[in-house]
Design a protein around this ligand. Structure first.
Ligand code: UGA
Length: 434
């Protein structure tokens, strides 16, 4: 099939590269020339394991190309995926401006096209967006008759760091369609994948995406709340999680307690769904609680340090981990941001380290960085682990203690062996271990 993909961010590039790998003719579109130039020279504009190889493969066998000629390439394709960003505004509401401009481009492109065309929203959008915003806008701008246009919504369930693997080995594919043109196109495109394909309306597909992310975020906040209770009741929450996870209805996944969830999806999506519910006058108490617990967790980390150090002012504190999770340079909504800010406000001298995220973090907070965890912790009164990188899990605890000025070690991700840390002589504290 001839596929055009609008937006060469994370979702668009992975979608383009994996569809090209299934032998479709894919053109990735973006208004930013530098991104398209990078793509066409075989360099991925974002860091994602395996993506660059797949892009190069597509370019080499001519199944993939990047272009800034948006309307012409939409016209020349059979199906267009909208993969643009959907950020939150200051009130948590979804900002649909990129979605609106992408659908306007599609409408203008279709003015000079005959036959049929399918448009699929892949960006995460609140329920009714595909039917009430994208569809009318395309019809208005194109002057097309409804029956020639296919409209669908096909959400993305990729995790950063394993996006290619997730895209090529999906648990399920959600095929949201408003008409038979879109249904047929999506079924044909995804025919090579043998997983369960759920057919539904676009609004159902939209809510499946939000409900999935919000449920996972709620699961994390729930275990964090239980872990906070474990802190004061002398309970090891890891054992509680193991006991809970043995129930197949609960599952052992996403039961890791700690400093809370971050990233470009969970915080934004929970806020957007809560705001959409509010706009429709529906109470969303669970979502509100999920966000509130997530705001509390980094504060608990700071409190743990404060209780042990007595006073934060003037203390040297090493922050190990700035990325929102390991194996990424993404620092968006990272819990480290809250911890670093609060420690600096309280007068600590903060030195941070992260294997990949330092450059991005520096754009948010001008904090002192050290090139290695060893240098970050040199003469520190306290070290705080905020991201469970393998590098930190394998830290030599004896030499860490020798290097430090004090012995306070706060583990925001339960990355270390608590017993070992105690034996070495650390005043070790983690979330969920009373
Ligand atoms: C998440 C979802 O997992 C994907 O299914 C979804 O497609 C994606 O958002 C999206 O909407 O695009 P991602 O943001 O890459 O993927 O990150 P996750 O691996 O899910 O982790 C999110 C956050 O939760 C991280 O900060 C992580 O540290 C935290 N987390 C995760 C916990 O605190 N505890 C856990 O048990 C699991």
């Amino acid at each position: 099939m001839k596929v055009s993909v609008i937006g060469t961010g994370y979702v668009g590039l992975v979608t383009g590269a994996t569809l090209a790998d299934l032998d479709n003719q894919v053109v990735c579109l973006d208004i930013l020339e530098e991104k398209i130039n990078m793509l066409n020279s075989g360099n991925s504009p974002i860091y994602e394991p395996g993506l660059e190889e797949l892009l190069r493969k597509g370019l080499k066998n001519k199944n993939l190309v990047g272009s800034t000629e948006i309307e012409q390439n939409i016209r020349n394709s059979d199906i267009t995926f909208i993969c643009v960003g959907t950020p939150s505004d200051n009130n948590g509401n979804i900002d649909l401006s990129y979605i609106k401009s992408a659908s306007s481009s599609i409408g203008r492109a279709l003015r000079d096209k005959n036959g049929k065309h399918t448009v699929i929203v892949k960006s995460t959008v609140v329920p009714l967006t595909t039917e009430d915003v994208v569809l009318p806008n395309i019809l208005k701008k194109s002057g097309w008759k409804r029956e020639n246009l296919g409209i669908g919504m096909n959400p993305e369930f990729l995790r950063e760091g394993s996006a290619i693997h997730d895209a090529q080995n999906p648990d399920r594919i959600v095929i949201g369609f408003a008409d038979d043109v879109a249904r047929k196109a999506l079924k044909e495109l995804y025919n090579p994948y043998k997983c369960k394909k759920l057919e539904c309306s676009p609004r159902t597909a939209e809510l499946i995406k939000y409900a999935s992310n919000s449920f996972l975020a709620t699961k994390i906040s729930f275990v964090n709340e239980m872990a906070n209770m474990s802190n004061v009741w002398g309970i090891d929450f890891q054992e509680v999680a193991e006991g809970m996870g043995l129930d197949s209805r609960i599952s052992a996944e996403f039961l890791r307690a700690g400093a809370g969830f971050g990233g470009s999806c969970f915080p934004k999506d929970v806020k957007a769904l809560a705001a959409a519910a509010k706009n429709s006058e529906v109470e969303s108490l669970m979502l509100k609680a999920t966000l509130e617990v997530n705001d509390i967790q980094p504060k608990i980390i700071v409190k743990m340090a404060e209780e042990r150090l007595g006073v934060i002012k003037g203390k040297k504190i090493a922050i190990l981990g700035l990325a929102f999770k390991p194996d990424t340079d993404d620092v968006r909504e990272s819990r480290s941001e809250i911890v670093v800010r609060e420690l600096m406000e309280k007068g600590a001298s903060v030195v941070a380290h992260d294997p990949e995220g330092m450059a991005n973090f520096k754009k948010i907070i001008d904090v002192k960085m050290a090139p290695t965890p060893e240098l970050a912790t040199e003469k520190a009164d306290c070290a705080i682990i905020m991201t469970e990188w393998g590098l930190y899990k394998n830290l030599d605890l004896e030499s860490l203690l020798e290097r430090m000025n004090g012995n306070v070690l706060i583990d925001g991700r339960r990355a270390l062996n608590a017993k070992k840390a105690d034996e070495v002589g650390f005043d070790y504290k983690t979330i969920g271990l009373g």
